[in-house]
Design a protein around this ligand. Structure first.
Ligand SMILES: *[C@@H]1O[C@H](CO)[C@@H](O)[C@H](O)[C@H]1NC(C)=O
Ligand SMILES: *[C@@H]1O[C@H](CO)[C@@H](O)[C@H](O)[C@H]1NC(C)=O
Ligand SMILES: *[C@@H]1O[C@H](CO)[C@@H](O)[C@H](O)[C@H]1NC(C)=O
Length: 972
């Protein structure tokens, strides 16, 4: 009886407990489901098993207490694709302790009310989502919070000071956000804190908390790239548990406090890239746990303290300071040193002899100092050395013999020293070696054929030494090589013709040696070659015709050899920044389009019209043929003219018009147009002619451009005709339609459709009609449209067309202000351009302020010159200034002005820097219309377009892409 009632009692108790558990678990399941259904977006269906028939403790992402079945944790960090607002409602589950939604797409700003639900949480991880706005205050106090990770979001505003009341907080991560307002002093209340990690908060700024030393349990303190200023507080020496301090890339000033010598357990101390100054204190002797010390890129002065040099460090970096004096020899007894970076200081004396002997040295860089004496002989003793860099010192003696079997080294820069002797042969044959620069020393000896084993080498520069002997054919096995610089040595013999096997070559410099024989013929394989300098050798034979077909060659110097034969006409096709073939034995007619000054010292060259060359002797048989053909043509012309004279009533006896071609059947005659070319109809005057507005009898209005100076132009009518045909066929929404062209006895005329709103230039620089161009959006559309028009000319027309006079006055606006590229007065098809022969005079191409710099020395206009001019137009659109605006100083133009402003303000829009844009933007532009991001993008495109070297300018097709910002991809 007693037993039964006892059992009853137990079962009563149990059912009671179960009921309580069941009801709370039912309520919690309901909370989970409500949040899931009303707030979460789950494209990956990770929460598919959140259904009534399965107990919530088995649902994905849910962890329960094994015993009580209470829900303890919601963890979505494995899923990666969930989205929605901050799911603070989960915290309505009373037992929830961990909320981890890291690495998803939760977004929006976190409402204080939703956040405050979570004050019982111990671990809150919302990192790597897309949250924006302020991180709410921690109210009510989050007393049990131990881990808080909000890093990798877009939080702005201040770090809430109330976090300083979560006294149990141990781990606080907030990297990569946009927090501002400094580190709250309340942080120093968090005496349980072990990790404070806040790098990449570029607006955080402010000083380090004065009482940082209160954080006695802090082990990791990382706050790089946060724009901190002020000095390191003395109290830093009280961080008695610290292992890692990273203050790099800030604006901290002052010196390193002596108290740093108390951080006995510290392993990493990174202070690089600040404004620290003063001497490095000699207080390091107790920091025996320190592994990595980096104080580079500051203004430290004085000597390298021996207490620092004597530590057993893995990595010592003090490069880019003002340090001086000798390197303490004790440095070489270090047994774990792998990385030594002393470059760009004022160190002097000799290098410690035993460097490399006691540790696995991998990276050795002492360049840019005043070291003298020999190189340490054992740098590669442990066969681990990879980077061997000591250029710009006064080191002397030879490359240590031990370097011969240093098969680990891939990067060698020893240039600009006083090193001498032969380089050990084994040194040249390493399959690891990628880069060697030994130029400007006193090395001698030859290059062994076994260099062929350095098959991964990319660059060899050994110019300015006393190397001699042949260029070994083994060099032709270096299939990865991009740059060969062997200039200013004593090399002799012939150039191996197999050099043309090296298909990745971009630069070859063999100048000032004693090479003989010819230039290899099959150079067409050098499709990446941009610079070829073979000057001042004893080369003979002809310039290979294939050189002119190299697609990216822009520097060609063959001067000072004994090259003979004719100059290949193909050279005129190159887009060269530098051409020099002077002082050779070249002969024959100078092809048109080459810069005359690059040809001097070739007495056998001749030209019919170019000074200072003598006239060429005519070849008889050819001229007989020419006379025959010309007479036949002349006869035909005369007959046609007479026929026209008779047939054309309007011009009979006076001006004779010869219709060349008509592109559209428009119901009007050429004569209708020509009679209206009266001064009263002139609407514009350009470099190549006058423009008239003519209303035809049909009521249609057209623009007629009458070209000047038929007689000065040597262009034949056949060429004119061919060009008219090409231009007449163009149909593009951003190009003005050419209706027809007409050639009279003493003028040529082009008839275009009439553009209602004149030119972009007038709109921008003259009184704008109705202020239509005051809005940025309109300007952008005009820029983009014009770019599309030019891209069509360059890339979609066959043959391609170079406009040659791109400027704002040649971009016309129709009645809806849509842009049309106009005025092909100077345009040429690339085909005609290429075969342009001696007879044609080179007209001045382009307009002042828009002409690409290469025109000054090559007299050649390519489609990349159009790109330059277009860049100028983009700058006009943004700034509203003329290319040579009167507000500029002397020697300043719009390109220099915009480039200088962009360069002088490294602070870009993305850094919140509006100032440089605001001083560039046209003050007339409506402030409300300014899309600063788009304006900055357009300016960047303009800067690329106006690059000094044509090769660095984007194609027009690319320009269109860049303007449309097609390269943007989502960050996740
Ligand atoms: C619950 O049980 C699992 C496996 O049985 C175990 O791995 C886990 O540590 C336990 N959790 C708790 C909170 O006891
Ligand atoms: C903090 O944790 C303790 C122990 O788990 C608990 O008793 C207390 O209720 C928690 N405080 C809050 C505000 O959740
Ligand atoms: C977050 O900031 C980055 C960098 O500025 C930006 O590209 C991204 O669009 C921002 N995301 C949101 C949601 O604001």
């Amino acid at each position: 009886m007693a037993t039964t009632s006892y059992l009853n009692l137990i079962s009563l108790f149990l059912s009671f407990t179960f009921a309580a558990v069941a009801s709370s678990s039912t309520r919690d399941a309901a909370i989970l489901l409500r949040v899931k259904n009303s707030q979460l977006d789950d494209p990956g269906s990770f929460l598919n098993n959140w259904i009534d028939s399965i107990p919530p403790c088995n649902w994905n992402g849910i962890t329960c207490d094994n015993r009580t079945h209470e829900i303890l944790a919601v963890d979505f960090s494995e899923f990666g694709t969930l989205a929605g607002p901050f799911p603070g409602d989960f915290c309505r589950i009373q037992t929830l302790r961990h909320l981890n939604i890291a690495g998803n797409y939760f977004n929006g700003s976190i409402s204080p009310s939703s956040f405050s639900l979570c004050s019982q949480i111990t671990v809150l991880n919302i990192s790597d989502n897309v949250f924006v706005g302020k991180l709410p205050e921690f109210e009510p106090r989050f007393v049990n919070l131990t881990v808080l990770d909000v890093s990798y979001n877009n939080f702005t505003g201040e770090i809430p000071a109330s976090v300083g009341e979560s006294l149990l907080l141990q781990v606080f991560h907030l990297s990569s956000n946009f927090f501002s307002g400094g580190v709250p002093e309340s942080l120093t209340n968090l005496t349980e804190l072990t990790e404070f990690v806040a790098p990449e908060n570029q607006f955080l700024s402010g000083p380090l908390p004065e009482n940082i030393g209160r954080l006695k349990k802090l082990q990791i303190f990382r706050i790089s790239s946060t724009n901190l200023s002020g000095e390191i507080p003395d109290s830093i020496g009280d961080l008695s548990s610290i292992k890692s301090i990273d203050l790099s890339t800030n604006s901290l000033t002052g010196g390193i406090p002596d108290s740093i010598g108390r951080l006995k357990g510290i392993e990493h101390l990174w202070l690089y890239d600040n404004h620290f100054s003063g001497e490095l204190p000699d207080v390091f002797s107790n920091l025996t746990s320190l592994l990595q010390f980096d104080a580079s890129l500051n203004n430290f002065t004085g000597k390298l303290p021996s207490s620092l040099a004597g530590l057993n460090l893995q990595s010592l970096a003090v490069n880019d300071n003002q340090l001086e004096g000798e390197i303490p020899t004790v440095l070489s007894s270090n047994t774990i040193l792998t990385q030594l970076k002393l470059f760009n200081n004022k160190f002097s004396g000799t290098l410690p002899e035993n460097l490399g002997k006691n540790s696995d040295l991998e990276e050795f860089d002492v360049s840019g100092n005043q070291f003298e004496g020999p190189l340490p002989p054992n740098l590669c003793y442990k066969k681990k050395l990879q980077k061997f860099t000591c250029f710009n010192n006064r080191l002397s003696g030879g490359i240590p013999a031990s370097m011969a079997d240093c098969k680990s080294v891939d990067y060698v820069r020893v240039s600009n020293n006083e090193l001498s002797g032969e380089i050990p042969a084994g040194f040249w044959s390493s399959s690891v070696l990628q880069y060697i620069d030994a130029s400007n020393n006193r090395f001698q000896g030859s290059i062994p054929d076994s260099i062929s084993k350095s098959r991964n080498i990319i660059k060899i520069a050994i110019s300015g030494n006393g190397f001699s002997g042949d260029l070994p054919a083994g060099i032709c096995s270096l299939q990865e090589i991009v740059e060969i610089d062997f200039g200013n040595n004593q090399f002799s013999g012939e150039l191996p013709s197999c050099l043309t096997n090296l298909k990745k070559l971009e630069k070859i410099d063999l100048q000032s040696n004693k090479f003989t024989g010819g230039i290899p013929n099959a150079v067409s394989s050098w499709s990446y070659l941009s610079s070829l300098n073979l000057s001042n050798n004893m080369l003979t034979g002809e310039i290979p015709n294939q050189i002119g077909n190299l697609p990216v060659l822009n520097y060609l110097d063959l001067s000072g050899n004994s090259l003979s034969g004719k100059i290949p006409t193909s050279l005129t096709k190159l887009r060269l920044n530098i051409l020099n073939i002077s002082n050779n034995n070249l002969e024959g007619k100078v092809p048109i389009g080459l810069d005359v000054s690059s040809l001097t010292g070739n007495p056998k060259l001749c030209s019919p019209d170019l000074k200072p060359f003598p006239r060429c002797r005519k070849t008889r048989s050819i001229s007989y043929w020419l006379v025959g053909i010309l007479s036949a043509v002349a006869f035909f012309l005369i007959v046609s003219l007479i026929w026209l004279l008779v047939k054309t009533p309007l011009f009979r006896g006076s001006k004779r018009l010869w219709k060349i071609t008509s592109f559209q059947r428009l119901g009007f005659k050429e004569q209708d147009v020509m009679v209206s070319l009266a001064e009263s109809n002139v609407i514009g005057m350009g470099g190549s002619g006058k423009v008239y507005r003519v209303t035809l009898k049909t009521g249609q209005t057209v623009a007629v451009k009458k070209l000047f100076g038929v007689h000065e132009s040597s262009e034949t009518e056949a060429e004119f005709l061919a060009e008219m045909e090409t231009l007449g066929r163009i149909r593009h929404k951003n190009i003005v339609k050419l209706l027809f062209g007409s050639v009279g006895e003493d003028f040529r005329a082009l008839v275009y459709e009439y553009m209602e709103n004149g030119s972009l230039g007038d709109m921008l620089h003259e009184d704008p009609k109705g202020g239509f161009l005051l809005d940025w959006g309109k300007r952008f559309e005009i820029g983009l449209g014009a770019a599309q028009g030019l891209a069509y000319l360059h890339h979609d027309c066959v043959p391609g067309i170079v406009h040659r006079d791109v400027k704002s006055n040649n971009i016309l606006l129709d009645e809806e202000f849509r842009p049309r590229v106009a005025d092909f007065g100077l345009a040429k098809t690339m085909q005609i351009e290429a075969k342009e022969s001696d007879g044609s005079m080179s007209r001045v191409a382009g307009s002042y302020g828009y002409i690409a710099p290469e025109y000054a020395y090559t007299m050649k206009i390519t489609e990349k010159s159009d790109v330059y001019s277009f860049g100028v137009v983009l700058m006009e659109l943004v700034t509203g200034k003329r290319p040579n605006d009167s507000s500029f100083d002397e020697n300043m133009d719009i390109v220099k002005w915009v480039t200088a402003s962009a360069l002088s303000s490294p602070e870009k829009l993305s850094d919140g820097g509006l100032t440089y844009l605001d001083q560039l933007i046209d003050p007339k532009m409506n402030p409300l219309s300014r899309d600063y991001e788009e304006i900055e993008r357009v300016l960047n495109v303009a800067l690329q377009c106006t690059a000094a070297f044509p090769i660095n300018r984007p194609s027009m097709r690319k320009v269109v892409e860049l303007l449309k910002n097609h390269s943007t991809t989502p960050s996740k």
